[in-house]
Write a protein that binds this ligand. Structure first.
Ligand code: HMG
Ligand code: MG
Length: 313
């Protein structure tokens, strides 16, 4: 970018030059859809996303189909997609049974997922935080033995639908536990989108004292319309990995009222305006967002996506 056009914020060095976007639409997005989404639609979505320059796509979830029926076809999705070199395909894995599926499907990155809130843990994975860590330890070890990347996702870092406020110490405790399990990356997730920019900056800064900032990521749902501001605040304190969902798909089956992740199109529009590189082609993402919104028969949840598609029409 021309130095004269570079926004003052970047010149001042308070924003990263480059961020990694982890696209979570095919998993976090689609898992919340009530009607069954055909496998070939999921496959086409992943293929469209992987042709955009994205380097990491959360593609499947090897959880109990009784708990999340929409994700029951994870093996077929993984088998049918065109694997693109350089793209990390991730999958959620709650236990060894899920790990076996992940191995057989040749996923690149195993994602274990816990919560900073005891109440959410019970409702999401039917066990206490301490029990969850024990289960994850086995999965983490198996992933490490197999030479796979390991990511730990922490729900409710900024608030919980059941217990309300979540103490910072609880977040930091799970960061430490996931770090001890050997996670390569740890997500701080705002499951219900209640966090605000100042709070995000505080939590990210505190977490960065326990785990390298370059391996911490922000997973913001946009329920209260704060996600872009939160990403901006997190970038200012050095975070440079963010999760987003094409067309703003999603929610969480165990977090009533939570809307989707921040839309990938909206994040790209923000980053492009700031001159922060992501390596992702917004036009390809726009078309993928249009494709999946039409396939699901619902309005496109990305505001930038809707505006840019309308302008192009
Ligand atoms: P459970 O019922 O306590 O344990 O589930 P279980 O071992 O008795 O399993 C129940 C049944 O599921 C059994 O079948 C198992 O065989 C089967 P049955 O004997 O009754 O016929 N089962 C499995 N089947 C396939 N693959 C497996 C598997 N495991 C068990 N891996 C369990 C415990 C953890 C399995 C369950 O609670 C579960 O699957 N939960 C998943 C919840 C989930 O996926 N939530 C959404 C993802 S988290 C999220 O979205 C948050 C995130 O985006 C960040 C954020 O925004 O906060 C990451
Ligand atoms: Mg989520």
């Amino acid at each position: 970018m021309d130095e004269n056009l570079m926004p003052a914020l970047r010149r001042a060095g308070s924003l990263p030059d480059r961020v990694k976007i982890v696209e979570v639409g095919p998993r976090d997005g689609l898992q919340a859809e009530k009607a069954e989404v055909p496998t070939d639609i999921k496959v086409e979505l992943v293929n469209r996303l992987s042709s955009s320059g994205l380097s990491n796509i959360e593609t499947a979830s090897f959880v109990s189909p009784k708990w999340v029926p929409q994700m029951a076809d994870g093996r077929r999705v993984m088998a049918d997609i065109d694997r693109r070199e350089g793209v990390v395909y991730s999958a959620l894995v709650p236990n060894l049974r899920g790990f076996e599926s992940a191995m057989e499907s040749e996923v690149d990155e195993v994602v274990i997922f816990g919560a900073a809130s005891e109440a959410f843990s019970q409702r999401n994975i039917n066990c206490s935080l301490a029990e969850a860590i024990d289960r994850f330890a086995v999965v983490a070890q198996a992933a490490k033995d197999a030479g796979m990347r390991l990511r730990g996702s922490i729900s409710c870092c900024f608030g919980c639908p059941y217990q309300g406020a979540v103490p910072l110490e609880s977040v930091l405790d799970v960061v430490r536990r996931f770090s001890d399990l050997g996670c390569d990356e740890i997500d701080l997730a705002d499951t219900i989108g209640v966090g605000t920019a100042g709070q995000v900056a505080r939590v990210v800064e505190a977490a960065a004292k326990r785990f390298p900032i370059g391996q911490l990521s922000g997973h913001f749902h946009d329920t209260y319309g704060q996600a872009l501001a939160n990403i901006f605040a997190a970038m200012q304190v050095g975070m440079n990995i963010f999760h987003s969902s094409v067309a703003g798909l999603g929610g969480c089956p165990y977090a009533k009222g939570a809307t989707g992740n921040v839309a990938t199109e909206d994040v790209l529009y923000l980053l492009n305006g700031l001159g922060v590189q992501s390596g992702v082609d917004i036009d390809v993402i726009l078309n993928a967002g249009d494709f999946i919104s039409r396939a699901l028969g619902k309005p496109n949840g990305s505001r930038a996506g809707r505006a840019l598609l309308a302008r192009a029409a």
